[in-house]
Design a protein around this ligand. Structure first.
Ligand code: ATP
Ligand code: FE2
Length: 337
């Protein structure tokens, strides 16, 4: 018997994760399944990630359907991450989505990945109109909804925050992803070593901080005058203070009454504590996206696809080409206007 609610299958494929989420049109999530590419060493190589996604997409879809107790024939809508991301990797998700849409003759919707991080946060945290700090491996963005778009108030000028922390962790001999390991190490240190703090207007720069932190662990004083725990603590305190400063200024400027922390780095308890502190100072409600939905996942793509579909219907197949460089402030958000 066909399920009586409409169902969307969302596909995330912008970087390391090939993720599938099954969501209904009222926002209930039935399953989230991820296959994550982990590089043996170094950063993400788009061709290797693409190979992994090509080899695993079918089992991820099958598992997501079986965990949700649906068959592929129950799906009413297919959504996929259309932008931004690594071109060869985005193409796999787009191809799989187009294939399913054409075989099953169901509508298809392309989704901006950054918007999806915000929308899943609004859904899961029950916030309406937040100032959002979106921090992940590939993005560092302070944004809020204004004039039909998610406007960007501040962003990184060079390295994204998660990428910077992961690179430092890799230099320190820690495996990917480094973020959670650095957080754990930092917990046992109260020592602060001075590192470059670079905020330019509303934008941030982390490359000087990264180089200085790397120098600290290569120095002859490392392991003598200070430990990896101390450097980890100093890296976190510096970069999170920079994020907090910019978020606070955007909050004062926009006068929003909610603050949302999202993206993979939102899992960090110290960052949560700092952003919660300034939210309280401005009498704004603070919410961090639950861990399961903070990192890349197909449910956020599915839910954002549903929001657009309800207002505008599906995309034509000719409109489903990938847009690796599309910024989230380039697109309108009709469901909020
Ligand atoms: P995007 O494509 O949106 O940039 P992404 O591909 O980086 O996202 P996410 O799953 O959103 O994927 O984020 C992964 C990042 O989150 C990694 O850099 C990882 O180190 C970081 N991270 C995860 N947990 C923590 C933590 N506890 N503290 C700091 N960073 C963390
Ligand atoms: Fe992401």
């Amino acid at each position: 018997m066909k399920f009586n609610k409409k169902i969307c299958l969302g596909i995330e494929s912008t970087a390391h994760t090939f993720g599938v989420g099954i969501v209904d049109f009222e926002g209930k999530v039935y399953s989230i399944v991820n296959d994550i590419y982990v590089p043996e060493k170094g950063g993400l190589h788009p061709v290797q990630v693409k190979e992994q996604h090509v080899n695993h997409f079918y089992e991820v879809i099958e598992k997501a359907l079986s965990e949700a107790n649906f068959s592929i024939r129950d799906i009413d809508l297919i959504a996929f991450s259309q932008s931004p991301g690594l071109g060869p990797v985005l193409k796999i998700g787009a191809l799989v989505a187009r294939m399913i849409s054409q075989i099953l003759k169901i509508p298809i919707v392309g989704v901006n990945h950054c918007v999806a991080h915000i929308e899943i946060g609004r859904l899961m945290c029950n916030v309406e109109d937040p100032l959002t700090l979106y921090v992940s491996g590939g993005n560092t963005i302070v944004s809020a909804f204004e004039s039909s778009r998610y406007q960007i108030f501040g962003e990184t000028l060079d390295l994204p925050i998660g990428n910077m922390i992961d690179s430092f962790a890799r230099d320190a001999g820690l495996s990917h992803p480094g973020g959670p390991k650095i957080e754990k190490l930092a917990l046992t240190s109260t020592k602060y070593l001075s590192l470059p703090y670079v905020v330019k207007g509303m934008d941030l720069s982390f490359s000087g901080l990264y180089t200085a932190a790397k120098k600290l662990i290569e120095s002859k004083d490392f392991g003598v005058k200070y430990s990896l725990n101390d450097v980890s603590n100093s890296v976190q305190e510096t970069c999170f203070a920079m994020l907090t400063e910019v978020t606070e200024r955007a909050l004062a400027h926009t006068e929003k009454t909610e603050v949302l922390l999202t993206g993979g780095v939102a899992a960090n308890k110290r960052l949560q504590e700092m952003i919660e502190y300034i939210s309280n100072e401005h009498n704004a409600k603070f919410a961090a996206v639950p861990l399961k939905f903070a990192g890349d996942n197909g449910a956020m793509i599915g839910w954002t696809g549903i929001l657009r579909y309800k207002l505008e219907g599906g995309h034509e197949i000719s409109e489903t080409n990938i847009k690796p460089k599309e910024r989230m402030d380039q697109i309108t958000i009709p469901w909020r206007s």
